[in-house]
Each structure stands twice: as C-alpha cells, then as structure tokens.
Design a protein around this ligand. Structure first.
Ligand code: DAH
Length: 338
C-alpha cells in the first residue's frame, strides 16, 4: 500500500516540472522522464500488478486520474510553447509605415490604345485584327500602291525569305492599312472598324523612330460618306483623348489608296508648349475607287474614308515623353510612372 501514498507527491513534482519547461525540447524530455516508457510515473503504474484484488480498483482509479492530469498539463504547456515559438523574435514596431503590395500596371502604349479604342467604340466602331506577317498583295497591290513605290523598297520593308524561288515573298506589314483589304474581302459594306496593331519598318532606332511601332487604322464604308464625316470623327476622338482645347486641320497630301488624301495636323496647349504651332499626326482620305473595285465593292454605290495614325506619337505627346525607345526598353522605373 506504501506506493499509493507516493502518487500525490510524484504527481505534484511532475506537474511543476511540466509547467516550468522553458521550451518544447525540454518539455518533451520532461514528458519522457515522467510518463514515457521508462518514466517515473510509468514505473508506478507498473506496480499496480503487485496489488491484491481488493486494492486494485481504488489504486487504479487514483493512478489513472493522476495520469490524465499530467497529460492535460503536458498538452496545455505544449500549446503555450508552440504559440511562443510562432511569435516574431523582435517586438513589433507599430510606428513603421505599412508594407504596400506592388500593383501591376498596363504599359503606357496599351493604356493609350485602350483609350483610343474606347473613344471609337462610343461612335460605333468595332475592332478588327489582321496578320503582322503579310503578303505584298494586301500590304501594297490591293492598296493601289504601284510596284515601283519606294515604300516597297527593301530599305523600308522587312521581307521574309521566300520558301521557293518563284514564290511571292512575305513581309512584315509596314502599316495597318493591309487590314482594310482583309476586312473588305471578307464582308460586304457597310463597314465601321478600327485596327490597332504593330507595324514594322527598316528604320534605325533614334528618339523618334523604332523598327517596330504601333498604328491605329480606321475604315468607314457606307453610302454618301463625306470628308465632313471624317473630319468630325477625327475631331471627336482627339478631343476625347486630349481634351477640349484640341484643334485639327487637314492638309492635302498623297496616298495611293485615298483620293483626295490629307495629312492631319493637330494642336493644343501641349503642342504650343513644345514651341510648335501644329504637329503632324495622321494620314487619311476618301477611299480610292480602285481599292473598292479590287475588293469587289461597287464604287458607284459605296463611299468611304480611312485614316491611320501612330500610337507612340500620341502617347509621347500625352505623357511628355521625348524618346520613343523608352517604350520598348522595359525599364520599370520608366513604366511605373504611368
Ligand atoms: N498607312 C499610312 C502610313 O502608314 C497612314 C494612312 C494614310 C492610313 C491614309 C490610311 C489612309 O488609312 O487613308 O503612313
């Protein structure tokens, strides 16, 4: 019966040690020392077998209750120590500025393109797309551009090697005007589209040129379309983009796929600030009857206009950027500003 009297003091010592364990490793050691296979408390339990039948139930009950108490103390100390281990070692300084999550942004050219598209959508234009690897037919012939036109020159155009000696060469489109033809080949009038896209020219890169850049093409075909519609549309879109102080003017020009043709000049406070009166911004005109003939539209029935302008130009003006190459260098310090 002597060991029954040992239960209580042993239990108390074990409880004190468990509660005092300073870290998880010590706690596991303490657990082993008491209720592990060779623990002191375990040894006590093993002695149960030596008791008489009458003594066993009361003693068993006592020991089991003590063991449950030890296990509960172990679990609660373990929880405390685990929580402590998960806390930062350094105290938190609540006066520090909060950490901001870095937000991604659209490239400035994408932002400007989206704005242009949004302005045209308001007046019923749909976005069309076409291949960047084009053939001479869609890029030049069908646009009424003669075979000896300098734009076809390999100094201006990137040609791709033909697969066979007599195959017609492919090229990288020099303008988005090729998509006018692709759209008209596919669908009958009326047509009201814009085409944002990448174009390629064999230019050396400098502050205002880059071998790849972006254009937006517009094409409107219907009955009784006039230059007045063209001018009104261009004016509307530029005011949407650059504000109400925008003025535009049309200057006579030559493009093989429009007749008459114009260059569009543009001015506002930003242009004046650059010390200029006008900035040339786009080409446009009334679709040439020959272009309609080529795609199978009757030029006696249908009229239309088209325009094309460079997106970089507009972005540079809008954001006051003085070197076109900045758009392509992917320098985050530059891109972050827009
Ligand atoms: N394709 C011309 C260029 O790249 C721009 C242009 C001029 C497009 C007149 C047109 C147009 O649709 O009618 O410079």
């Amino acid at each position: 019966m002597g060991f029954l009297n040992d239960i209580e003091p042993l239990k108390q010592t074990a409880l004190t040690e468990l509660k005092a364990a300073p870290d998880l490793a010590t706690l596991e050691q303490t657990k082993g020392a008491w209720i592990g296979p060779n623990g002191k408390f375990t040894a006590l339990m093993k002695q149960l077998g030596t008791l008489s039948k009458e003594e066993k139930p009361a003693a068993g009950k006592l020991i089991n209750a003590a063991k449950v108490e030890l296990e509960t103390a172990l679990a609660s100390r373990r929880e405390e120590l685990e929580l402590k281990a998960a806390l930062p070692k350094e105290p938190t300084d609540f006066t520090l500025p909060g950490r901001r999550r870095a937000l991604g942004k659209l490239h400035p050219l994408t932002q400007v393109t989206d704005d242009i598209v949004r302005a045209f959508r308001k007046i019923g234009f749909a976005v069309a797309d076409g291949p960047e690897i084009e053939d001479e037919y869609h890029c030049f012939d069908a646009l009424n551009t003669p075979a000896d036109h300098p734009a076809r020159d390999s100094q201006d155009t990137f040609y791709l090697n033909p697969q066979t000696p007599d195959a017609r060469p492919y090229l990288l489109r020099t303008h988005t005007s090729s998509v006018q033809i692709r759209v008209m080949e596919k669908q009958p009038p009326p047509i009201r589209i814009i085409v944002p896209g990448r174009v390629y020219r064999r230019d050396n890169a400098d502050a205002t040129h880059n071998p790849t850049f972006h254009q937006i093409e517009g094409l409107y075909v219907d009955k009784n379309v006039t230059v007045g519609d063209l001018k009104g549309t261009v004016e509307f879109v530029f005011k949407e983009l650059m504000g109400d102080d925008v003025k535009i003017r049309f200057r006579p020009h030559y493009f093989s796929y429009t007749e008459p043709s114009y260059e569009i000049d543009f001015t506002n406070a930003l242009v004046k600030k650059m010390g200029k009166d006008w900035l040339e911004i786009a080409g446009c005109g009334m679709v040439h009857p020959q272009v309609f003939e080529t795609v199978g539209y009757d030029p006696e029935v249908w009229t239309g206009w088209a325009f094309g302008f460079g997106i970089e130009r507009i972005a540079m003006l809008r954001y006051g950027i003085n070197d076109i190459r900045l758009f392509y260098e992917n320098d985050v310090r530059f891109l972050k500003q827009f």
